[in-house]
Design a protein around this ligand. Structure first.
Ligand SMILES: [Zn+2]
Ligand SMILES: [Zn+2]
Length: 328
């Protein structure tokens, strides 16, 4: 609970609709750790301390730094503010640079730090000074306070341009996490793959306005293998190939409808639930994904029954696997 002197001290802030008494307590309950130094961080620290939040290390901001702590008790938790050179774990606020513009991103517990790391360069050498630091420091403090108040979305960003204009940034679409797969879409995927067994089945998950939907595709491997067993030594029980014409048509139609290729799906009949070396080679032949942002889903079958599934997502320069629950 806020004491009477504290209510007096923060009266103007407590009157703000988005703060109130509960918000004022939230601003004091967590402290802020600054992992970088410089005018931008000093300015942010000044605003934050004035708002009732403890800041470590104490910034070099004269009288403010020398002031007694503004709260009776030490904060119970800390929020990290950092440059990308030393990325913290979310929730956090990170500072980076993109094409000469300073970007400030607040990442919530459910936010994706990879999305931020992918678009930015570390800001350590390009931090603003002078009037721009004042603007950027104020913007940084605002993002931190929104996070402390529980108002921040999963990912919230502000850009501070070279002349010192602040603009809100549209959060990028995250491709580092598997798409949410509704039960009935998964059921459609499994039905198609089961019908293809004992051969590998394949298809694609498209994401459009109506959410995710599955488009089954034919596995052309059997025909290729029969026609040219030297070039296609593995039969359709051990490999899948998309018919180039059908695939091209699908990609063009998806583009025309504004649909996104969310994931390429295939099965491993009597095989492991792993994104195999061959799968990796096909998905990223030259060490770069053929379809950036597209995930892969592999469903392993045993005796005609789906037993386990994994997503493969392109992260940090390679494919990483993540379990895909098949449900009860
Ligand atoms: Zn992401
Ligand atoms: Zn495979």
């Amino acid at each position: 609970m806020l004491s009477e002197p504290r209510i007096q001290r923060y009266a103007r802030q407590i009157l703000l609709r988005d703060v109130g008494g509960v918000g004022q307590e939230a601003l004091g309950a967590r402290g802020v750790r600054l992992a970088a130094r410089g005018p931008l961080f000093d300015v942010a620290a000044t605003y934050l301390r004035a708002g009732g939040t403890a800041v470590e290390p104490a910034a070099d901001v004269g009288a403010w730094a020398a002031d007694a702590p503004l709260l009776d008790t030490a904060p119970g938790a800390w929020l990290e503010v950092s440059t990308l050179a030393s990325p913290p774990l979310p929730p956090c606020v990170v500072v980076g640079v993109q094409a000469g513009t300073l970007e400030l991103w607040s990442v919530g517990p459910e936010g994706c730090l990879d999305c931020v790391g992918e678009r930015l360069l570390p800001a350590s050498e390009a931090l603003p000074a002078g009037p721009r630091a004042l603007v950027a420091g104020g913007a940084l403090a605002l993002l931190v306070q929104r996070r402390l108040l529980g108002l921040g979305a999963g990912l919230e960003g502000l850009a501070v341009s070279a002349p010192g204009f602040v603009a809100r940034l549209e959060p990028p679409r995250c491709t580092h996490r598997p798409p949410a797969l509704p039960a009935q879409v998964l059921a459609g995927v499994l039905t198609h793959l089961r019908a293809a067994w004992p051969e590998e089945g394949c298809g694609v998950l498209l994401e459009g306005e109506g959410g995710l939907r599955f488009v089954p595709l034919a596995n052309a491997q059997a025909a290729h293998h029969a026609r040219d067993p030297d070039a296609f030594p593995r039969d359709a029980r051990r490999a899948f190939t998309l018919e180039p014409a059908a695939w091209l048509r699908l990609v063009k139609e998806a583009e025309a409808h504004g649909d996104r290729l969310a994931a390429l799906v295939h099965s491993h009949p009597e095989g492991p639930a792993r994104f195999s070396d061959e799968d990796r080679r096909q998905a990223a032949p030259d060490g770069l994904p053929l379809f950036p942002g597209m995930a892969h889903l592999v469903v392993a079958f045993q005796r005609g029954t789906p037993v386990k599934a994994v997503w493969a997502l392109w992260r940090n320069g390679g494919f990483e696997e993540l379990d895909c629950p098949l449900g009860g």
